[in-house]
Design a protein around this ligand. Structure first.
Ligand code: 9J3
Length: 286
């Protein structure tokens, strides 16, 4: 879309518009980041999701020994990425007591609106599997506790999902990207994990205006990783362990209704601007 628009303004504009895409292609291979440290205590198993499920398939990560039920989290990768780009979030969150599906999209080139539709199908799939006797996750999914997130266009998709489905309990966009910044209809608590030096989805035209557009009556938290590139939050600890810890606390607070973690989000234990984060904003206390 951006490229078509720019083409009308001439070749130089087209070239400028393509720079993020070229940068993206150059670094996409390394985008999963490093395996995280500091996960939870629960043993985790994986369940492969076939493409016949309706979206592009993917993987469900779930607590294998603990009974649950747990909240469901549906995560979408970004433009040209597949599930592997954000794979470390799966076992990390599952070890903390969530059933997480990380999807492949039917096509790596689809736009955020389409990623939102596929992410919602995946959320429904997880809930349906949780209600299916014989499924490895039978009884492990609470259909009333739902969160969405995703990287880049997948992060934009998660905000679109929240606008369409107010029963979503929490939204966690990772370095989100979308052409339209006016997310004024988001009513679900939102944690935006941003990357200060992202040149593919610059915070000034993406994460920051998204945060500002979400009404102040919606609980929200914005943390930006100092010096982070577009892939700085593809893994829960790539940008520092505080990234994963903040996401877990936010999901516990708003998916599980666990107020014992608010001290990690607001007040003395809240994320602070310093060596890890360059920008922290919130509607605290919540
Ligand atoms: O999902 C993404 O990484 C979006 C990056 C982007 O700017 O795509 C433009 C074609």
């Amino acid at each position: 879309m951006r490229i078509t628009h720019s083409a009308a303004r001439g070749p130089r504009a087209l070239l400028r518009a393509m720079v993020p895409l070229l940068l993206f292609t150059a670094v996409a291979a390394a985008c999963a980041g490093t395996p995280p440290t500091g996960g939870g205590q629960l043993a985790v198993a994986e369940l492969a999701v076939p493409t016949s499920a309706g979206f592009g398939g993917g993987t469900i990560y779930y607590p294998s020994q603990a009974a649950g039920p747990f909240g469901a989290v549906s995560l979408s990768p970004g433009f040209t990425e597949d599930a592997s780009a954000i794979q470390y979030w799966g076992p990390y969150l599952a070890s903390q007591g969530f059933v997480v599906v990380i999807i492949n999209t039917t096509n790596g080139l689809i736009v955020p609106e389409q990623r939102s539709a596929e992410q919602r199908q995946a959320l429904d799939y997880v809930i349906q599997q949780g209600a299916t006797s014989g499924s490895p996750i039978a009884g492990k999914v609470d259909p009333q506790r739902k969160a969405v997130g995703g990287h880049s266009m997948g992060g934009g998709a998660s905000l679109i999902t929240a606008e369409a489905d107010p029963t979503i309990d929490a939204v966690v966009p990772l370095a989100p990207w979308n052409l339209d910044t006016t997310f004024t209809d988001v009513r679900s608590p939102t944690l935006i994990l941003a990357c200060q030096s992202d040149v593919i989805a610059p915070v000034a035209t993406n994460a920051s205006p998204f945060y500002d557009a979400i009404p102040a009556t919606t609980e929200k938290l914005y943390v930006s990783v100092a010096g982070g590139d577009h892939f700085c939050v593809n893994s829960p600890s790539a940008g520092g362990e505080e990234v994963g810890q903040t996401a877990v606390a936010f999901l516990r607070r708003f998916v599980n209704g666990d107020t014992s973690v608010v001290g990690q989000l607001c007040g003395a234990g809240a994320p602070v601007e310093g060596s890890v984060f360059d920008d922290v904003r919130s509607t605290c206390p919540f």
